[in-house]
Ligand binder design. Sequence first.
Ligand code: CUA
Length: 317
Amino acid sequence: MGRLPLFPEQASTFAPDVDHLLFFLVAVAAFFTLAIFAAIFYFAIRYRRRSAGELPREQHGGLALEILWTVIPFGLTMVMFTWGADIYFRESRPPDNALQVYVVAKQWMWKLQHMEGKREINELHIPLGRAVKLTMTSEDVIHSFFVPAFRTKQDVVPGKYSTTWFKPTKAGKYHLFCAEYCGTRHSGMTGWIYVMEPRDYANWMRGGEPSESLADDGARLFKELACANCHKADNTGRCPSLVGVYGSTVKLTTGGTVTADEAYIRESILQPNAKIVAGYAPAMPTFQGLVTEEGVLQLVEYIKSLGGKPAAAEGAH
Ligand code: CUA
């Protein structure tokens, strides 16, 4: 089946599940298509007009028949619904121990950052058998991260974080596509996912130029942007301390609360006045245009590294 371009290799834990559901849908559709065609032919012949003045016998409905053709499609669609929902929910909930990779899409390339600081462009190296969680955003328009062999496709939207995850089951090299029309060179916005044996992956990670971790990059940016002038760790500054803020519940001036997840931290950097922490004045200037999306992700990682429990519901869908 791998040789047919319509059926790419199955290289993630989701691939067989998605294929089984697809085959079920195709089988149901094919069965009813054939059944309807056969019935049309049969009835056209069986109930043809045999003499010029012939009148058909009047029909006044058939309760049994109506119940039958209501219950059977209902049952079938409920099977499709629960089966599809089950896969959807599993695909939208990355496991806690997943490897984190950050993705920034732009016209027309994929920029990827590993937690350890390694960066890649249009290539992603990951270890075999380990769940990988992607936190993604776009610098310009909507793109879509599509790896057919993993049966993974997730829109990458400017202004927010979207997440997806997969667990590769086969070492190899797999196509990455952009699956959302994003401009002139959309068709060239492709790349490769390299699934490596864990030992090869460790070697790859060690190789090349030594790199700082994402959190270290974030710490440097935090200093460069002079964030520490207001956000003092001991909470004596004009702005709240960021120690332990990640994953916590933050009280706002509006009386409401918000969970300090990645999306909240991003918003607080780019639109500081959107949600003001209770007890503080709206003193922070916006950093929109001053920090790239990659820089924001580094700051998020730095703030995470200052402690705090992981947010229960990460990412927005
Ligand atoms: Cu990016 Cu299409």
